[in-house]
Design a protein around this ligand. Structure first.
Ligand code: AHR
Length: 518
């Protein structure tokens, strides 16, 4: 059997875990909104048409924040189409997803849904076809108390109190030629700076004043690290906007499918690949900070991440409301890669202060629904739920002697002759000093069982409280409306030697989660 040692010390912290690391995303795309979170007439729907069965699952996932309304949809969206009396809202072509948008659900419905679901809204303003003024007016609509035409419109639409939205994305994937109104880095950088300035002013922020209710602004970074413009895009955009914004966004989907075969090892190396990507963006932010002689720390908002199984490109538009789009059904193997991505986010929590699992319901999502029917939890649901419910406090550094395997980490940098390597045993260890708990998320990406010894120093005398494992003989096993086959199973709790060390036997291709208290 293979053996691995992992060492961690309570005094060696990476950073504090911001709960916003467990955010998610709902876009007007496919059945995410319609038949996902909103389905009037569904047996569980409340008086607003919000599906309560879906809200219950979102609570189980413990998502603190949800980004809205897009995504690519954003760049063709006029937010005014989605407010006011429903019968007078226009029906539009959605040119991002080639479907039809009825606008039955818009900003006010989203805000109400967030309140009922117990999540914080994270809004995005259109920088593709939208103007700086449209962006500012949306801030005014959401956050200004009243006495202006735009804020009084919100009152008329049923919301007396301002929504107080704090987190705002300035556009979406503006580096992508697929984006409606795609811009160059220089054009976008200039426009984003002006948008940031006027959005803040609309929020009542004077230069240097009013820090409490400050907007947290997120400028669009590279859509992924395979873009030709990466990382110049990020440098240029940041050089234009550094002092005006709080976050640079990152997006990345990891793909594995029969339609686009690639070596399994490359897919299993995704967690290390994501770490490389974050490392480059971290360096780019530091470079710009040094160049501008700034004291300010811009952070990363990893506001789209997930596994995305590439499906054959569509040949024709589906001009209808809520078509079945991007309804990936995740395999057990996907869940393993997914859990590794979560470990990477945790291990970079000093700079990644916000992240959004893309997406939340039906569209590349952990929750699936049937129109008029039930729901099921995808394989990926479980690592997310365990970590969002438990991984709080600080993330600590780990030292591991794990073996590695050849994987094409960071595709453009590696080559087939000299592949990079990824870790077989991948871990994240968190420490909550208030709850007096230590949590461990462990992956074995190897084809053999691995005996892992955890040496957890300076935490106090630990005892195991929970130990679950996800494993399956079938890497392609999936969950469905009929049966949730792939779920974590409870294991016998390990006994710790001297309150600090234990040895676990990790099956090949498995994810394990442990909780200790002291
Ligand atoms: O989440 C699906 C899509 O992926 C989003 O609309 C876009 O931002 C990204 O390319």
């Amino acid at each position: 059997m293979k053996r691995t040692k992992i060492f961690a010390d309570a005094n060696l912290t990476i950073g504090t875990i911001d709960p916003h690391l467990f955010g998610s995303f709902i876009e007007h795309l496919g059945r995410a909104v319609y038949e996902g979170i909103y389905e009037p007439g569904h047996p569980t729907a409340d008086e607003n048409g919000f599906r309560r069965d879906v809200i219950d699952l979102i609570r189980e996932l413990r998502v603190p924040l949800v980004r809205y309304p897009g995504g690519n949809f954003l760049s063709g969206y006029n937010w005014r189409d989605g407010i006011g009396p429903r019968e007078s809202r226009p029906v539009r072509l959605d040119l991002a997803w080639f479907s039809t948008e009825t606008n039955e659900f818009g900003t006010d419905e989203f805000m109400k849904w967030c309140r009922i679901a117990g999540v914080e809204p994270m809004m995005a303003v259109n920088m593709g076809t939208g103007s700086v003024l449209d962006a500012a007016r949306l801030v005014e609509y959401c956050n200004h108390a009243g006495g202006t035409t735009i804020s009084d419109l919100r009152h008329e639409n049923g919301a007396q109190e301002p929504y107080g939205v704090k987190y705002w994305c300035i556009g979406n994937e503006m580096d992508g030629p697929w984006q409606i109104g795609h811009l160059s880095a220089e054009e976008y950088g200039r426009k984003a700076l002006e948008a940031a300035k006027v959005m803040r002013w609309s929020n009542g922020e004077m230069d240097g004043g009013n820090t409490n209710d400050r907007l947290r602004l997120i400028v669009s970074g590279s859509s992924n690290h395979e873009m030709e413009t990466f990382p110049e895009w990020d440098r240029i955009v940041l050089e234009n906007t550094y002092e005006a914004v709080d976050f640079l966004s990152m997006h990345r989907y990891y793909m594995y499918s029969a339609a686009r075969p690639r070596p399994l090892e490359d897919f299993l190396g995704s967690a290390d690949d994501m770490a490389e990507f974050i490392g480059t963006i971290r360096a780019t932010i530091e470079y710009v900070r040094a160049k501008l002689r700034s004291d300010k720390r811009v952070r990363i908002s990893f506001d789209e991440w997930n596994i995305w199984t590439v499906t054959a490109p569509r040949k024709e538009p589906i001009w209808k409301r809520a078509p079945h789009l991007l309804e990936d059904v995740y395999t057990f193997q996907d869940a393993l890669v997914f859990a590794g991505l979560m470990n990477t986010l945790l291990n970079n929590c000093d700079i990644v202060r916000l992240a959004c699992l893309a997406q939340l319901v039906n569209v590349i999502a952990p929750i699936m629904t049937q129109k008029g029917g039930g729901t099921f939890r995808q394989t990926s649901f479980f690592p997310f739920a365990y970590l969002s419910n438990n991984a709080s406090g600080e993330c600590v550094r780990t030292i591991s002697d794990t073996d590695t395997f050849p994987a094409l980490v960071v595709p453009k940098r590696g080559s087939e002759n000299a592949p990079n390597r990824a870790r077989i045993i991948n871990e994240a260890i968190t420490h909550d000093r208030t709850k007096r708990e230590v949590c461990v998320s462990l992956l074995n990406y190897g084809q053999e069982a691995n005996e892992v010894t955890l040496e957890l120093r300076s935490f106090g005398s630990l005892s195991a409280k929970e130990y679950v494992e996800m494993t399956s003989g079938d890497l392609f096993a999936v969950n469905s409306f009929e049966c949730e086959r792939i779920v974590p199973h409870a294991k016998e709790l390990p006994v710790l030697k001297d309150g600090s060390s234990c040895t676990l036997s990790l099956p090949p291709m498995s994810w394990s989660f442990l909780k200790f208290s002291y």
